[in-house]
Design a protein around this ligand. Structure first.
Ligand code: ACO
Ligand code: ZN
Length: 281
């Protein structure tokens, strides 16, 4: 039975159509039984309803009146917009998004209770509408100071800096809440690479500016990055020494410059002046 289950798990949806893209999927996703025998699913790129046949999607597109995710636009800069979708107010959309996301997330269990989450959906907008690029989800209340549950950049948009933009955005929300945050564990390989890249770039920039004269606590206050994540990042960069029972930052300017050169591009910036948002209550 176990083998059979594993077998059916990989024999799931192989491709999806979403907007102008046909995308090959990566992992199993527990779509409702009537869809799970299809090799291909057709998604409405705006409401994320999915269908088994192209004709159904074409018919749907004639009457679907959404041109962006349902919810509040909380950020707009150039052609990029971020929408905040409350899983409780838009339950079907939240569930559809989870089904879609699971196709690219290996280790996550699917959230059935979307009520407890907010979804931040990043879009590129043009005259045809706002096209989803990626998203992250966030628990409305987190005991463990998680500021992000799941993050995804859709494959056609990956490696262009959107992942780091989404991560930066999650920390901007934490700053507005006056809290530190950390992503839910475990992280995927790509998730860890992206976080490491983000943490490294942000911390090195500050260390450079302050010539290394700054504590982990101060770094955490400035960035909303949890102290543990700061410590592991700086340790991996060999910028931490252990003295008299304390971790201290030892930021030799030459070492900083070497790391900064290696840290690569900064990615897309979040322009905080364009974020109009108040924390969830
Ligand atoms: N190979 C090597 N390095 C990579 C790759 C890759 N394929 N993709 C990303 N990276 C690293 C690079 O260091 C990159 O920075 P660089 O381009 O400056 O070198 C950095 O990650 C971030 O790149 P971005 O372009 O900003 O990120 P992207 O838009 O590609 O999104 C994400 C990253 C969200 C992790 C994406 O790969 C994804 O959606 N993966 C599938 C879902 C997933 O694994 N999500 C994370 C799960 S953990 C969690 O949800 C808490
Ligand atoms: Zn639709």
């Amino acid at each position: 039975l176990r083998e059979h289950e594993e077998f059916t798990k990989v024999k799931n949806i192989a491709t999806i159509e979403l907007g102008r893209y046909e995308i090959e999927t990566w992992y199993f996703s527990p779509f409702p039984a009537e869809y799970s025998d299809s090799l291909k699913l057709y998604f409405c790129e705006f409401c994320l309803n999915f269908m088994k046949r192209k004709e159904q999607l074409q018919r749907h597109m004639k009457k679907c009146d959404l041109k962006h995710p349902p919810g509040d636009e909380i950020y707009r800069s150039g052609t990029l917009s971020m929408f905040e979708v409350d899983g409780k107010k838009n339950r079907v959309y939240g569930q559809n998004l989870c089904y879609l996301a699971k196709l690219f997330l290996d280790h996550k269990t699917l959230y059935y209770d979307v009520d407890l989450f907010l979804f931040y959906v990043l879009c590129e907008c043009d005259d045809r509408g706002c096209h989803m690029v990626g998203y992250f989800s966030k628990e409305k209340q987190s005991e463990e100071s998680y500021n992000l549950a799941c993050i995804l950049t859709l494959p056609p948009y990956q490696r262009k800096g959107y992942g780091k933009f989404l991560i930066a955005f999650s920390y901007e929300l934490s700053k507005k809440e006056g809290k530190v945050g950390t992503p839910e564990r475990p992280l995927s390989d790509l998730g860890l690479l992206s976080y490491r890249g983000y943490w490294t770039r942000v911390l090195l920039d500050i260390l450079k500016k302050h010539k290394g004269n700054i504590s982990i606590k101060e770094l955490s206050d400035m960035t909303a990055i949890k102290a543990d994540d700061i410590l592991t990042t700086l340790q991996s960069l060999e910028l931490i020494q252990y003295r008299k029972g304390q971790h201290v930052i030892c930021a030799d300017p030459k070492v900083l410059d070497r790391h900064l050169k290696a840290a690569g591009r900064g990615g897309l910036e979040v322009d905080v002046s364009k974020l109009i948002w108040t924390p969830y209550k």
